[in-house]
Ligand binder design. Structure first.
Ligand code: FES
Ligand SMILES: [Fe+2]
Length: 348
């Protein structure tokens, strides 16, 4: 049997070593490269051609050329220099170390002082690339050919088919960068249960109906549904949809391993959990709005307050994970299905 028992009523939670051991941390990051990763928004390339991004801990560059979007390695094929550390409008990628240059799709173009080098250039001198998909203005990349993008996004695509994706506009005032002093797993664990809402988020608790809070599991995703107290702050769901007739204030989607798509009647808050090292994590929010008249109300109203309350929790648990007197706990079968599912996906 694996680390996490498949039966939640018998299972113990992830051992504390997963949260504070550097080797475990590195091996978990490898999982990022085995699936699709959110790498940015189409709108980020409106004015620039080159944007540095990461897939797990792999430095990459997102580019836009005439042939479309590309996600290519940010490491020079000569001696390993990082090619770019900020976004630019440049139409070539030039290495700041010895001047090797590449096209926006990663093909080797030129290298000074290499005319005598035999069998050069070869395909090994091009920058390795990942495939890129543009989904309603959200860009995703993958190295793997095992899982298609359709398989990856299927659960969200099916359930949210009534959502007005075509109206989405990036609103940068809603963007945030939160630096959290905790292991990234703690942030995801906390996101995946509504159990803590009445204890930690008093304001949020007053707008959502805790009793009907619901968690659904999918192969690579978890959906949490918060029903609202006020009909006017809820989605208008068309007849024929499985959620028709329900007062849904928020669909909280998490997709393995580190992407959260929070759907509110005003739009989507895209949250990306970026591990920096074993005990530090960046949380980036991108705001995409389809109905600005609904910003600031309902479940997606006080996002900054909720975020700070959550950060206090995960930073405190990060200290707890260091204690010799804590190893692991148990799950609530009614409230912690999502956390159990995440831990199983991680340790499979
Ligand atoms: S490391 Fe890039 S040109 Fe030398
Ligand atoms: Fe929370």
């Amino acid at each position: 049997m694996g680390v996490i028992h498949p039966d939640i009523t018998l299972a113990e939670t992830l051992p504390s070593g997963y949260y504070n051991d550097s080797e475990k941390y590195s091996s978990l990051l490898e999982k990022f490269a085995s699936t699709w990763s959110f790498i940015g928004l189409e709108s980020m390339l409106e004015n620039d051609n080159i944007v540095p991004v990461t897939i797990g801990d792999i430095p990459m560059i997102l580019t836009k050329s005439e042939s479309g979007y590309h996600c290519i390695s940010n490491v020079c094929t000569h001696r390993g220099m990082i090619l770019c550390d900020k976004k630019t409008t440049s139409s070539t990628i030039s290495c700041p170390y010895h001047g090797r240059s590449f096209s926006l799709s990663g093909e080797f173009k030129h290298m000074p002082e290499f005319s005598e080098v035999k069998n050069f250039p070869s395909s090994a001198d091009d920058l390795p690339s990942a495939q890129v998909v543009n989904w309603h203005g959200l860009l995703f990349a993958s190295f793997s050919t095992d899982e298609t993008f359709e398989q990856y996004i299927n659960a969200v695509e099916q359930r949210m088919n009534f959502f007005n994706f075509s109206k989405l506009v990036r609103v940068e005032e809603l963007d945030r960068l939160h630096k959290v002093s905790a292991n990234w797993l703690l942030y995801v664990d906390n996101y995946l249960e509504g159990f803590h809402i009445p204890y930690v988020h008093k304001t949020l608790n007053s707008v959502i109906d805790y009793a009907s809070y619901q968690t659904e599991l999918f192969d690579n995703a978890v959906l949490q549904i918060g029903e609202g107290q006020e009909v006017r702050d809820c989605f208008e769901i068309p007849e024929g949809h499985q959620d028709y007739g329900r007062n849904i204030a928020a669909y909280y989607w998490w997709i393995f391993p580190n992407l959260m798509l929070n759907f509110y009647p005003w739009g989507i808050s895209v949250n990306v959990v970026d591990p920096l090292n074993v005990s530090q994590t960046n949380i980036t929010y991108f705001g995409l709005v389809c109905d600005s008249s609904k910003i600031g109300v309902g479940a997606g109203g006080e996002l900054d307050t909720v975020e700070h309350e959550d950060q206090w929790i995960v930073e405190s648990c990060n200290i707890g994970m260091e204690s010799k007197l804590y190893q692991r706990g148990r799950y609530s079968p009614t409230m912690e299905k999502g956390v159990h599912h995440f831990h199983r996906l991680l340790t499979e």
